[in-house]
Design a protein around this ligand. Structure first.
Ligand SMILES: [Zn+2]
Length: 427
């Protein structure tokens, strides 16, 4: 990058207004704000729609053009000098878990608007337009799966498969989506899968790594691969009191033995950072005095190294094969690891490094993401990267979710530099 380009990036970084940032975070948190300090703003609820109206007003007041796509993803666009060039995208999601915090998702959206305010204040124009996005349904708690908005943006054929998802009250996602679109009739529709020059998402870490290291900013190098399986152990229901132990076909005994072997595999691959969760169990008939006839459990296994997951899957399939017909196995979701491109990481390192150095704090560190993010899908579409700030005690998806306000400020400073530099790149 040449000198004039990095000078405007530095000016943008230095124009971030910490007080305005903190009050913007607090203002968005009033939509769904809870007495315990958390936020309940599940996707496309009336609270979420009210928060969207609020964001639209904020963006318009900053001079942005507002657009919405077919999945109700909201885009706030600050014009560049050459508006025919693909824009730089930043932002995150506006929805929360049933009980979430003020920062998961919201921080990235507010940060994007703060950058536009800072660019306006400093009188900086950029070559390319800059857009701030608020993705629809990242959390996946009301309608499954998560990251609907970003995954549909990069591949619009996915949207049709999401429309019939229903929430606990049997409301269809497609109907909630239409209501959301109908509630903003003055907002023009934009294309999904539009060309973007780059995407940067700022997010809380939601884990303990940065806080433990005492480092305020993380340069996210990638997102773990994940595979999900359902394991079903078949046995025979029988009387708990009358059936001798050596004459049982106990599905629970088989499932527990399998589970122990899987935990053993995870323990021997701890150095590879393999993460294993057997999170959902269904026991049939689930009766105190009947030997379980069938036990089904889910396997969520994650690692940055896909070859470790290949070995895990081979091990699991081997265990199922050894059991003959009494264990069946289905893989129902798979996602390869995301590796963010080197030039993006170098730019974020420079941006975050400058913010930390100016604050007299330790340099940023590389970190991998254990959680999915919208950026994971955007990485399929354009050069993408993420910046993390620490989470107090590693807590997220919880009303107690928190980050030191100064770390939040540094994160937005790093984002401002990165986005401005990208928006001034010719190619
Ligand atoms: Zn999030």
């Amino acid at each position: 990058m040449n000198q004039p380009l990095s000078r405007s990036a530095e000016q943008a970084q230095d124009a971030i207004d910490n007080e305005r940032l903190q009050s913007s975070i607090a203002a968005l948190a009033t939509f769904g704000g809870r007495p315990d300090g958390g936020v309940s703003r599940e996707t496309l609820t009336s609270i979420d729609l009210a928060s969207r109206h609020y964001l639209i007003e904020q963006a318009r007041a900053l001079g942005c053009e507002v657009m919405v796509d077919d999945c109700a993803n909201l885009f706030f666009r600050r014009a560049g000098r050459r508006n025919e060039l693909p824009p730089v995208l930043t932002g995150s999601h506006g929805d929360t878990q049933p009980v979430g915090g003020k920062l998961d998702g919201a921080y990235g959206v507010v940060a994007g608007l703060e950058i536009i305010a800072a660019l306006n204040d400093a009188g900086i124009d950029t070559l390319r337009p800059i857009e701030v996005v608020a993705w629809t349904n990242e959390e996946g708690s009301r309608f499954g799966p998560g990251t609907m908005g970003s995954s549909a943006f990069v591949d619009p054929s996915r949207l049709a498969g999401y429309l019939d998802a229903v929430d606990q009250s049997r409301v269809r996602f497609g109907d909630a989506l239409q209501a959301a679109l109908d509630s903003i009739p003055g907002v023009p529709r934009c294309e999904m899968q539009r060309p973007l020059s780059a995407c940067v998402e700022l997010h809380i870490e939601q884990g303990p790594v940065l806080e433990r290291a005492g480092i305020p900013l993380g340069v996210v190098t990638g997102i773990q691969a994940v595979r999900w399986f359902t394991v079903t152990c078949h046995g025979a229901m029988a009387h708990a009191g009358t059936t001798p132990m050596d004459e049982r076909r106990d599905a629970m005994a088989a499932a527990v033995s399998l589970a122990q072997k899987l935990y053993g595999f995870a323990a021997t691959h701890a150095a590879d950072q393999l993460r294993l969760t057997l999170g959902r169990w269904q026991v049939s008939p689930n009766s105190v005095n009947t030997i379980p006839g069938q036990v089904e459990f889910t396997v969520d296994v994650r690692c940055l190294d896909d070859s470790v997951l290949d070995r895990f899957e081979a091990f699991l399939r081997g265990l199922a094969a050894d059991a003959g017909g009494s264990v069946s196995l289905e893989r129902f979701f798979q996602r390869a690891p995301t590796h963010f491109p080197r030039p993006m990481l170098d730019l974020i390192q420079a941006a975050a490094g400058r913010a930390c150095a100016q604050a007299g704090l330790p340099a940023p560190m590389p970190i991998t993401s254990g959680a999915f993010h919208d950026a994971m899908y955007l990485a399929d579409h354009c050069p993408t990267a993420m910046i993390f700030v620490p989470s107090k005690n590693g807590i997220s998806h919880n009303a107690a979710e928190a980050t030191d306000p100064h770390d939040l400020f540094l994160g937005v400073q790093a984002l401002a530099y990165t986005v401005t530099a990208l928006a001034n790149q010719e190619t």
